[in-house]
Design a protein around this ligand. Structure first.
Ligand code: UD1
Ligand code: CA
Length: 422
């Protein structure tokens, strides 16, 4: 097993979410939470990532399928975080070295402080290095207890806190680096004598200390890094922070976002420089926007959409699974689905591609510099030749391809003045 290893706990149901799906599969900016944690662990330098699954194990496995460095350990009964880590033991038999232990419900973790923890654990030779954070509102977290000299004593779970301990604002974000194999000995010591009747991982650092091993708690994490999603309210908070990070990234790359609070950019989207995004626009799913585009206001770009450079899309234009080449313009009220639109084509107000006949989705091809008139309906599958003009309110029937440079009008659309072929 190549180290350092990371262990990510993701076997719980997350009862407070009141959901049928596993908590770690709830999405933050379009991607399941667990993926962010896996990426943070990888970014911190973990070479092998063990994800502990239990509740809805198959779905969690599927969400992480095809990641060569991810392995799964199964925790059959959710007996607590200490028991969850223990379920990795068979996979880690013979491994000696550091294990970064994280929880799958903290999607805002960033790799940098975790890498820092791994470094410090190595230089300090600690059996456990605990990343902590000082937060304005510690509610829900385990609290860090220190002695009068500031040395780490132990973690107390909120439910087991005295009223004084509840006031402590240094919390346990569940970001640990443990030395293996001594951790297994500490986990063997855990019992269920606590408010929840569970095997708490939070007791392991204390046990390592009683073995005479070095345990350090370092406040290297920021409050935003450790937002734990236990309920839907936290999910909304995590989305807001992640959305700000995503937009900040694209602004740094040269994108203008006129009104960040009223714009949504999926974590999988990419945007070219000098593109301007106007308010109330939504980029959902894997969307690629070129440079120098104008998007919005009120534009919805959906999964599988690619825009070339200089594309201009305006109010109430929705584009789904389509490719729009350079310079395409659709300024108002249009739907383009399963379409390929050639360079500099113009899509008039309320023009739509009728890509769904109730059973199957079909493609529409619109050639370069084609002019699609207001209110036109293109019934897919259909092809509009380059330079062709479709008149206002024309309905181009399924398979009735429009010849290059010709003009069609009416319902069903027929050629108006057939142009000579060049
Ligand atoms: C835990 C910590 C707490 C810390 C908080 C925030 C313990 C006992 N408490 O509490 O000190 O402040 O996280 O990080 O560790 N899980 C399993 N198997 C189980 C139980 C949980 O895999 O048997 C997983 C869950 O899926 C979840 C993670 O462990 O991803 C944390 O569990 P959760 O119930 O959210 O713990 P907290 O109450 O938040
Ligand atoms: Ca939690």
């Amino acid at each position: 097993m190549q180290g350092p290893v990371a262990i990510i706990l993701a076997a719980g149901h997350g009862k407070r979410m009141k959901s049928d799906k596993a908590k770690v599969l709830h999405e933050v900016c379009g991607r399941p939470m667990i993926r962010y944690v896996v990426e943070a662990a990888r970014g911190a330098g973990a070479k092998t990532i063990l994800v502990v699954v239990g509740y809805a194990a198959d779905q969690v496995r599927e969400a992480l399928a095809g990641e060569p460095d991810v392995l799964f350990a199964t925790q059959t009964r959710q007996l607590g975080t200490g028991d969850a880590v223990k379920s990795c033991r068979p996979l880690l038999e013979g491994y000696e070295g550091p294990a970064l232990v994280l929880v799958g419900d903290e999607p805002l973790l960033r790799p940098e402080p975790l890498a820092d923890l791994l470094d410090r654990q190595a230089t300090e030779g600690a059996a456990c290095l605990l990343g902590t954070a000082v937060v304005p509102d510690p509610m829900g977290f385990g609290r860090i207890l220190r002695d009068s000299a500031g040395r780490f004593l132990r973690i107390v779970e909120e439910r087991d806190c005295t009223p004084e301990e509840k006031l402590l604002r240094e919390v346990n974000p569940s970001c640990y680096v443990f030395e293996l194999p001594v951790l297994w000995e500490a986990l063997d010591k855990l019992d269920t004598g606590n408010a929840q009747g569970e095997y708490y991982l939070t007791d392991a650092p204390h046990w390592l200390q009683t073995f005479g091993r070095k345990v350090l708690a370092l406040a290297v994490l920021e409050p935003n890094d450790i937002l734990g999603v236990n309920a839907r309210q936290h999910l909304a908070q995590a989305n807001a922070v992640m959305q700000a990070r995503i937009q900040d990234h694209w602004m740094t790359e040269g994108v203008t976002i006129v009104d960040p609070r009223n714009t949504y950019v999926d974590g999988r989207a990419t945007i070219g420089r000098d593109t301007v995004i106007y308010p109330f626009s939504v980029l959902s799913g894997t969307v690629t926007v070129g440079a120098n585009c104008k998007i919005g206001p009120f534009t919805h770009l959906r999964d599988g959409t690619t825009l070339g450079d200089g594309v201009e899309l305006g109010a109430f234009v929705e584009v789904n699974r389509s490719r729009l080449e350079e310079g395409v313009i659709a300024r108002h009220l249009a739907y383009l689905g399963d379409a390929h639109v050639g360079p500099f084509a113009n899509i008039g107000a309320t023009a739509v591609t009728a890509n769904f006949d109730g059973r199957t989705k079909s493609p529409t091809e619109i050639g370069a510099r084609a002019q699609i008139g207001s209110g036109a309906i293109l019934i897919a599958p259909v092809e509009i030749g380059p330079g062709a003009t479709v008149g206002a309110n024309a309905v181009v029937a399924k398979g009735q391809d429009v010849a290059p440079n010709s003009t069609v009008v009416g319902v069903p659309a027929r050629p108006l003045i057939p142009k000579a072929n060049p």
